[in-house]
Design a protein. Structure first.
Ligand code: GRF
Length: 202
């Protein structure tokens, strides 16, 4: 697998920025070959442009999922992407897209999966009253937030937490573990047994 990353995002882009920072600091051996957003106004796209990275907006309005994903695949292939990283990408991917990149699509989710999949995971955790939540980097399969887990970090929920304070502490861990999971996958330092991702030390 080559180490050219294709980042898909829909919004703020802080996870993308953290990955980019790691690469710039020489702590992640990868390059960001393109950043694609389905939302032209996504702040993450503007950050990519400021950093001189190829940044594309492909609006999804009026297109069915398969047609849209074909456009995405065309761009990812044109940029010779080795690994697709979803970073706050707010669309489901088609089965055809997922089959095109087997074990080469990662996602970050702000909970300890399989708890609290889907939208508003931090809110779900607060409302449920769990003492610990966190974040997960996993391979993307055809179900929502369900593929094999590569990396997780635990974040305690404090009594005084609000959605904002809890989300902020989870985000710090997201930024750390996403790059670690990318390195594990790019370096092929794992094998999969059933659903378990077993990692080899560096
Ligand atoms: C993060 O909380 C991530 O876990 C979730 O969407 C959010 C994206 O944030 N999938 P950002 O755009 O990376 O700042």
């Amino acid at each position: 697998m080559n180490n050219r990353l294709g980042i898909l995002l829909s919004g703020r882009g802080s996870n993308f920025q953290a990955i980019s920072d790691r690469i710039l600091a020489g702590r992640l051996n990868a390059s960001i070959a393109c950043v694609i957003s389905n939302r032209p106004e996504a702040p993450g796209l503007a950050i990519a442009r400021q950093r001189g990275l190829p940044a594309l907006s492909i609006p999804s309005r009026g297109l069915d999922r398969e047609s849209y994903d074909r456009l995405l695949l065309d761009q990812l292939r044109a940029h010779d992407i080795g690994l697709v990283c979803l970073a706050g990408y707010m669309r489901l991917l088609s089965a055809a897209f997922i089959r095109a990149y087997p074990l080469r699509i990662l996602n970050i989710h702000p909970s300890l999966l399989p708890s609290f999949p889907g939208l508003d995971a931090q809110h779900q955790a607060l409302v449920h009253g769990v003492r610990f939540t966190g974040c997960t980097v996993h391979f993307v399969d055809e179900d929502l937030d369900s593929g094999p887990i590569i990396e997780q970090a635990v974040v305690p929920v404090e009594d005084g937490d609000t959605l904002e304070t809890l989300s902020a502490r989870i985000l710090v861990e997201e930024h750390r573990i996403y790059s670690e999971a990318i390195a594990t996958v790019l370096e092929g330092r794992y094998r999969i047994e059933g659903r378990r991702v077993l990692k080899y030390p560096r």
